[in-house]
Design a protein around this ligand. Structure first.
Ligand SMILES: CC(C)(COP(=O)(O)OP(=O)(O)OC[C@H]1O[C@@H](n2cnc3c(N)ncnc32)[C@H](O)[C@@H]1OP(=O)(O)O)[C@@H](O)C(=O)NCCC(=O)NCCS
Length: 184
């Protein structure tokens, strides 16, 4: 799915452009996946587990554009890639196609300036406009920044998956499932 590019003003007065990812972003996105994976323990992959080739990433972005059920957004500040947010349908069957799963990660240098809030608002509005009735996400129970933001935007905790992630040092993280109705 494509999203027409728009400029937004953040809390600190800076401007960000939010747009769809396009195939020529592939190399930039691979750099971003590796960097964000090393900046926080709350994402699914270790940096060395990001093994997609540029060609594979390009094909994935093309698939996202052609899909009527998935959207990948990129935010840029002063022409620099600041982060991504995306939604994907929870299924193609009638009983689950009203639900979408949401994900977001920003480069650390862009945390705390309202970009996450702006991107998630944009994303959930786009999901609603495209017929989704419910947005869902999983978040580590220790990710207090993300949880506070999700709650502010109307997501509520509806369950906990214990030991959802296992780290290389043998420790575990639990994850909350959070849900926001898009029906109102
Ligand atoms: C989680 C993330 C997307 C939040 O985006 P952000 O742009 O930093 O968030 P915003 O600046 O829009 O909003 C921050 C909100 O989080 C909360 N917050 C900020 N700092 C916080 C902290 N240290 N502790 C707890 N909550 C905090 C506040 O509610 C704040 O709202 P406020 O500005 O009204 O006080 C971003 O930090 C990120 O990409 N983190 C790494 C990847 C990640 O964890 N992704 C989510 C996986 S589920």
């Amino acid at each position: 799915m494509e999203y027409s590019s728009r400029e937004i003003t953040l809390e600190n007065g800076r401007h960000a452009v939010i747009r769809s990812a396009i195939p020529k972003d592939a190399e930039m996105l691979l750099r971003y996946l590796k960097a964000t994976a090393s900046e926080t323990p709350f994402l699914l992959r270790y940096p060395d587990e990001i093994c997609m080739t540029v060609e594979e990433e390009r094909a994935f972005i093309q698939h996202m554009i052609e899909s009527t059920r998935d959207l990948m957004l990129i935010a840029e500040i002063d022409g620099e890639h600041a982060g991504n947010a995306s939604f994907s349908s929870c299924g193609s069957m009638q009983r689950t196609r009203h639900r979408c799963n949401v994900a977001i990660a920003l480069y650390r240098k862009y945390w705390g300036i309202g970009l996450g809030r702006a991107m998630l608002k944009t994303l959930t509005e786009a999901a609603k406009e495209n017929g989704f009735e419910q947005a869902e996400l999983q978040v580590c129970t220790g990710n207090t920044r993300a949880i506070a933001l999700y709650q502010e935007l109307g997501f509520t905790i509806c369950g906990t998956l214990p030991h959802s992630m296992k780290y290389r040092d043998g420790s575990y993280a639990d994850e909350y499932t959070m849900v926001k109705s898009l029906l109102e």
